[in-house]
Write a protein that binds this ligand. Sequence first.
Ligand SMILES: [Zn+2]
Ligand SMILES: [Zn+2]
Length: 298
Amino acid sequence: MLQGDCDAMKGKSEVFLTDTHAHLASARFAGEVPGVLARSREAGVGRIVSISCDLDDVEANLGLAATHPGVFATAGIHPCYVHEPGPADWRERLRNLANRPEIVAIGEIGLDYYHPPEDGSETTAWRLLQESIFEEMLQLAENLRLPAVIHSRESTPAVLAVLARFPAVRAVLHCFTGTPAEAEQALEAGHFLSFTGVITYPKADDVRATAAVVPLDRIMIETDAPYLAPVPFRGKPCEPAMIRHTCQRLAEVHGVTTEEMTITTSHNAESFFGLSGPLLGAGAAWEGGCESGECVIV
Ligand SMILES: [Zn+2]
Ligand SMILES: [Zn+2]
């Protein structure tokens, strides 16, 4: 671990959590984002990647990233929104917005075979539409040299097949609930796997078994807020502040300390998304971020 002349060496930084997947632009957080961020900071979260599902989200997340240190944005069309990604010129607008420096990834994009077609169309046509938008988004990621945040629901083999056609794109499969064999396949292709509060659920032994096979240098954590609140908040609206419970459970699964898992997952997020700069609440109690991108904040 290189520490260079980062803040860690000056003893100014502290361990922080990174929520790699939250939907701060969700209507559920309307008018509440400052409070959500303050509670996140209070709970030790230093960075949040705020994920977009359609063009409106991209614009909202860019606004949040531009005004809140430690918040980063993504640009992409979720597979459940491929029938209404935005206005007629959404492609051009998305391409332009994705070029902005606050955009750290293309996502979330992918295939969702769980929800029925949102536009009432026939399943085959709906899946073809999802796949064609997914490919377009991966092409955009390749062109812009950005990583991709992937949504897969009952579709992991198909998602991996599409990803294989874009070997230059490094991806994270978010809220991963696939089998250990599917995890191995994603890992062999160089991708990362990210786990949500699902890993804390009593009946989620299969997800914990999968998480156990993921090496520590390929693992990330997320809340997927406002969804999937971890135990002991299950059933309540989820916020990034709850992520430490997911981190703690994942640490237990891997037999490491929560602090070790916190540092590891934040380092992985920093290197995967290229995150740098001040943390949540910068200018207040802490300073952090390592300009070299090589160090872990300790
Ligand atoms: Zn998703
Ligand atoms: Zn999501």
